[in-house]
Design a protein around this ligand. Structure first.
Ligand code: ZN
Length: 148
C-alpha cells in the first residue's frame, strides 16, 4: 500500500517545515506550498487509519484533547478570529484533520467552505502567501504547542 501520509510519517517523504509534533498516536505538520494561508496545519494519525470511525480507543480518547491543544496554539500563533476544523480524506485515505485559521478580514474574501478552496486557488496562482510569513507562524505555533 502506498500512502503519502504514511511516507510523511516515516520520513521518506519530506514535509515542509518538518514534523512539528510526533507522539505514539499523532503527527502535526503545516500544509505544503503553494501556501493558501499561513497557519494551515494538519493533525494526522501516526498509524495508517482511513477515517475517524476506525480510531482505536486510545486514538478516540486522545483526539479531542490533542485537537484542542493544537487549535489553541493555532489561534494564539495566528490571531485568527476562528479556527475551522475539517477532515474529508478524498485525496489521501489516511486520517488527517485540517486546522485552518479564519483570519479577519478573510483572505481573498473566502469564508466558510470557500476557505478550503483557497488551496486550489493558490495552486492556480491566483495569489500567494509569503514563505517567510508561514515560517513566522510555524515558529509561533511551535512555541505555544511546546509551552502548553
Ligand atoms: Zn497511511
Amino acid at each position: 500500500m502506498d500512502c503519502l501520509i504514511c511516507r510523511i510519517n516515516d520520513g521518506s517523504e519530506p514535509a515542509p517545515h518538518g514534523l512539528l509534533y510526533c507522539d505514539d498516536l499523532w503527527v502535526v505538520r503545516h500544509m505544503p506550498p503553494p501556501y493558501a494561508l499561513a497557519g494551515w496545519f494538519i493533525l494526522q494519525t501516526r498509524r495508517h487509519c482511513p477515517e475517524l470511525a476506525e480510531f482505536t480507543d486510545a486514538e478516540a480518547a486522545s483526539f479531542g484533547p490533542m485537537l484542542r491543544r493544537c487549535e489553541r496554539a493555532v489561534r494564539e500563533a495566528t490571531g485568527a478570529a476562528r479556527i475551522y476544523t475539517g477532515s474529508l480524506g478524498e485525496k489521501v485515505r489516511h486520517f488527517h484533520c485540517h486546522m485552518v485559521p479564519r483570519y479577519e478580514p478573510a483572505p481573498q474574501g473566502a469564508l466558510g467552505w470557500e476557505t478550503f478552496g483557497l488551496e486550489r486557488r493558490a495552486a492556480a496562482g491566483e495569489f500567494h502567501v509569503e514563505a517567510a510569513e508561514v515560517d513566522r507562524v510555524v515558529r509561533a505555533f511551535m512555541a505555544r504547542l511546546t509551552a502548553g
